[in-house]
Design a protein around this ligand. Structure first.
Ligand SMILES: Nc1nc2c(ncn2[C@@H]2O[C@H](COP(=O)(O)OP(=O)(O)O)[C@@H](O)[C@H]2O)c(=O)[nH]1
Ligand SMILES: [Mg+2]
Length: 238
């Protein structure tokens, strides 16, 4: 089964853990202290009849310890960048996360999403939707609005990004692999035909020219043919 590394990045308190908690456990814990024991949790999902294991990485308390993020960010397939619409700084700092993320990530097969979280608190918004969209466009990321209070909304983001990854990379990968396979088969059969032709030509020639030649010479011809024919064994000198 395909495993995809899905990481959530953004300032502290923007709702990263809450989004994961809503997605995995179908709950929003308000102001309770939330603990998800591990840095990563896995969830199996089916997207377009394809089973995928998402390995979801949360940043727990080391958002500012940038060095620790290197391992965290490496080999990411899908990155969800989160800001809090009621916190201007969390939006303004997003690009720092992005730059760091890109520089720490050698995996070029990657899908990025930006989500404007806490959309339920729109009365207190310090960032407009347009600003969020503009930024997402600038870095070629998909844009979402989210609230960790709503399951469907959160599930949709994880599904959409996974789908985007599969559509962008998996189908292409499959196509390329198939092309390589077909090319190999084509090359092999061309080689076989070529060998057969060579052998035929050589056979006739050998037959004509070597009519009066000794057995020894014929044996040499056979050896040469065997060598040329490689795996092609149905060709013999008469
Ligand atoms: N109203 C509202 N509060 C949220 C939302 N997401 C997170 N919170 C609250 O914001 C605080 C920080 O959330 P948390 O998930 O711990 O943020 P993290 O530090 O980015 O992991 C908590 O008190 C959450 O209950 C949301 O969508 N709407
Ligand atoms: Mg957290």
């Amino acid at each position: 089964m395909k495993k995809l590394k899905f990481v959530i990045i953004g300032e502290t308190q923007v709702g990263k853990t809450s989004l994961i908690n809503q997605y995995l456990n179908n709950q929003f814990e308000g102001d309770y202290l939330m603990t998800i024991g591990n840095d990563k949790t896995t969830k199996e999902i089916t997207i377009d009849e394809k089973k995928v294991t998402l390995e979801i990485w949360d940043t727990i308390g080391h958002e500012t310890l940038r060095a620790a993020n290197k391992i965290f960010m490496k080999n990411t397939n899908i990155a969800l960048m989160v800001y809090d619409i009621t916190n201007r700084d969390s939006f303004d700092n997003l690009n720092q996360f992005y730059k760091e993320f890109i520089s720490n990530n050698t995996e070029n097969k990657m899908i990025i999403g930006v989500t404007a979280n806490k959309s339920d608190l729109y009365e207190n918004a310090e960032v407009t939707k347009e600003e969020g969209e503009d930024y997402a466009n600038k870095i070629k990321a998909s844009f979402f609005e989210s609230t960790a209070t709503d399951h469907e909304n959160v599930e949709n983001i994880f599904n959409e990004l996974t789908k985007a990854y599969i559509n962008k990379f998996e189908s292409k990968e499959k196509q390329i692999n198939n092309n390589i396979k077909n090319k190999n088969i084509e090359n092999k059969s061309n080689k076989l035909i070529e060998n057969k032709e060579n052998n035929k030509g050589f056979s006739k020639k050998t037959k004509k020219e070597n009519k009066n030649k000794s057995d020894k010479q014929l044996n040499e011809g056979q050896a040469e043919l065997d060598h040329d024919a490689g795996n092609y064994t149905s060709c013999t000198i008469i």
